[in-house]
Ligand binder design. Structure first.
Ligand SMILES: Nc1ncnc2c1ncn2[C@@H]1O[C@H](COP(=O)(O)OP(=O)(O)OP(=O)(O)O)[C@@H](O)[C@H]1O
Ligand SMILES: Nc1ccn([C@@H]2O[C@H](COP(=O)(O)O)[C@@H](O)[C@H]2O)c(=O)n1
Length: 208
């Protein structure tokens, strides 16, 4: 079984994806980490964000096993990720890796922006997770502030709105709900209720 989970920044995709993966005993890939790793490397190496070929080279050299999620969670890296994610050559370099992960015999859970539309259009279950920008900003603000980042709620909301516009407006694999995805709006749902709703969606689609 392939479960594809897409949605905008800080909607709770990863929280749901990790929980479904544990529940069904499936491997999980947070595909945002791939773009974050490219963005972080570009920042560290002072690569010009207009230099698509150089950024694609970084994407091609990515080692999935060496990713350190904790080191990639900052707001600055998230912003860099969304800038490199606009570039078709970068996306092309990361395509096979994600498709191979989705197609392993065990099945898999992937979360990102284009899983149900581009990476695994054949997925049995597609969930589009969303919440208002204000609810998402509040969640991300708490997360970043909890990690000691000196941010304000207003800055995080502005970042979320900019990311939404860039991710949805780009020409290459934009953030968009797949026609056969079920929308899960968790604005008014806590973590547990959001996960419970996702489990209901899987059950309705697959009987599992
Ligand atoms: N339903 C919920 N209610 C409140 N907080 C939530 C809910 N779901 C997740 N969170 C919290 O919101 C933050 C963002 O969640 P998560 O990382 O799962 O989102 P995401 O969509 O994967 O984010 P991104 O892909 O942009 O990094 C986390 O701190 C998480 O604990
Ligand atoms: N399938 C994906 C996943 C992510 N992106 C881009 O990466 C940025 C960071 O992702 P997070 O999920 O960690 O917030 C995101 O803003 C997207 O621009 C993508 O394009 N496709």
């Amino acid at each position: 079984m392939i479960i594809a989970i897409d949605g905008p920044a800080a909607s709770g995709k990863g929280t749901i994806a990790r929980s479904l993966a544990a529940h069904f005993g499936l491997p999980h890939l947070d595909t945002g980490l791939l773009y974050r790793a490219v963005g972080a490397k570009a920042l560290a190496d002072h690569v010009d964000f207009e230099d698509e070929a150089a950024l694609a080279q970084l994407a091609g050299a990515l080692n999935l096993a060496a990713l350190d999620p904790e080191a990639l969670k900052s707001g600055a890296v998230g912003e860099a990720a969304s800038r490199v994610a606009v570039l078709p050559q970068v996306r092309a370099k990361l395509l096979t890796l994600q498709q191979d992960f989705a197609c392993q015999p065990s099945g898999a859970v992937l979360d990102g922006r284009d899983i149900g539309t581009v990476i695994a259009p054949e997925a049995e279950v597609k969930i589009f997770v969303t919440a208002t920008p204000e609810a998402r900003a509040e969640r991300r603000y708490r997360e970043l502030a909890g990690r000691g980042e000196p941010v304000t709620y207003e800055q995080v909301l502005a970042d979320i709105l900019r990311r939404d516009e860039r991710d949805s407006g780009r020409a290459s694999a934009p953030l968009i709900r797949a026609a056969d995805a079920v929308v899960l709006d968790n604005t008014a749902l806590g973590r547990d209720a959001s996960i419970a709703r996702a489990l209901e969606i899987v059950a309705a689609r697959t009987g599992r």
